[in-house]
Write a protein that binds this ligand. Structure first.
Ligand SMILES: [Zn+2]
Length: 391
């Protein structure tokens, strides 16, 4: 077990251990699991979780179901760095999980992962669903709060409870985040980005988000949260309102590349075509699109330079919801060049030529994401799925 640590975070002395808090309420379900500090320099979520657990206890707030607060990369939290060897939020793949079972000599992040994995597995095996996973983050650039989800209808429904922007399908651009792994088993999972790493308001935003999330999951009644209206208001006072966004582009920083973002970009800032966004080895990186800049990187660690996003139309959202509800996606399998995977019920194997003709957008509409190339064929994986056993 990785040891408990004492740190000073946001002018408070806090003690961080794997389980930050646990409530077993009056009913068996639902179960909410919130993770803070999976990136060690993003401590706001840890402070917020400790505070919320403390308030529930001191105010004796009636609680239905279960609530767990789990800390992420404890070793990295103690050093206030994103990670030590590898990013703990980029190693949640089947291959890596298998390694946890087989190998004894694990590096720092894998040891953290092993502990977290077994805790989550135990909760999923013994507690009752529905399960709601919340992963609390902060960013290097200044930002208003926002949510990231895999595009399943269950995720969309839950994220609609918060009056902040939601970004769909980030998992298509990232390898191995924890929440994508959780989604594979059919559970609701929301990533919450609270604000800038060091800003005190990021802690407040995490606190507000947690209370609203517990109310939305029906663990707590609205009237029992003293400052409910304030929390609701404090998350909705920003410029961007509750819209869904898609990712049009991601700039990946290559190993040994000297990457420098142009100073002063704010998250969600409008950009025009041909705007200079960053410098790579001294050369200008120019935008090929107009849109909004998203998660520009202003720290040393991490290889996601920046994203460009755009708003999704209401028409697209409604059409895709309708098509999925009537299971229209079966129609895709009838097309030439598209077959279903024999062993994986949620995977379509697509001939790249067909994909070119149909465009990725069609697969997105039907709820398929995460395009991976395997043996010359594209694999599209469906995000809506029934709950299945956690492995
Ligand atoms: Zn993070």
């Amino acid at each position: 077990m990785i040891n408990q640590i004492e740190i000073e975070s946001f002018n408070q002395k806090i003690s961080v251990q794997r389980v930050l808090g646990k409530i077993i309420g009056t009913k068996e379900s639902p179960t909410v699991i919130a993770i803070g500090g999976i990136h060690g320099n993003e401590r706001a979520g840890v402070n917020a979780l400790l505070k919320v657990f403390k308030t529930i206890a001191s105010e004796k707030i009636p609680f239905k179901g279960n609530f767990y607060g789990i800390s992420g990369n404890i070793n990295a939290i103690s050093k206030n760095v994103r990670f030590q060897n590898v990013d703990l939020n980029r190693i949640w793949t089947k291959e890596q999980i298998l390694k946890l079972h087989l190998e004894n000599d694990l590096d720092e992040e894998s040891s953290e992962q092993k502990e977290i994995y077994h805790i989550l597995k135990k909760i999923l095996e013994t507690d009752k669903g529905p399960f709601y996973f919340l992963d609390l983050h902060t960013t290097s650039a200044d930002t208003q709060p926002f949510i990231t989800i895999s595009d399943s209808l269950d995720n969309r429904r839950y994220s609609s409870n918060f009056s902040i922007p939601t970004i769909l399908g980030i998992e298509e651009f990232l390898d191995g985040p924890l929440l994508t792994y959780i989604n594979e088993f059919g559970h609701v999972a929301l990533g919450f980005e609270a604000g800038q790493h060091q800003k005190e308001v990021s802690v407040d935003n995490c606190i507000a988000f947690l209370w609203l999330a517990l109310v939305a999951a029906k663990c707590i009644k609205k009237r029992h949260v003293k400052k409910h209206r304030f929390y609701k208001h404090s998350l909705s006072m920003f410029i961007e309102n509750q819209d869904f966004y898609k990712i049009d582009f991601k700039y990946t920083i290559k190993p040994f590349e000297d990457f420098k973002m142009v100073a002063g970009y704010k998250n969600f800032q409008e950009i025009e075509k041909n705007d200079v966004l960053a410098y790579s080895n001294g050369k200008k990186l120019i935008s090929d699109f107009e849109g909004k800049i998203f998660m520009p990187l202003y720290q040393q660690k991490g290889d996601d330079g920046y994203f460009i996003i755009s708003k999704i139309s209401k028409f697209w959202l409604n059409t895709s919801r309708f098509l999925r509800k009537v299971h229209f996606h079966h129609f895709l399998k009838l097309l030439p060049g598209v077959t279903s995977h024999k062993k994986k019920p949620y995977t379509l194997i697509v001939n790249p030529k067909t994909a070119q003709f149909l465009a990725t957008e069609i697969f997105h509409l039907f709820g398929y994401r995460k395009k991976v190339l395997k043996r010359g064929k594209l694999h599209f994986i469906k995000r809506d799925r029934k709950v299945n056993e956690f492995l």
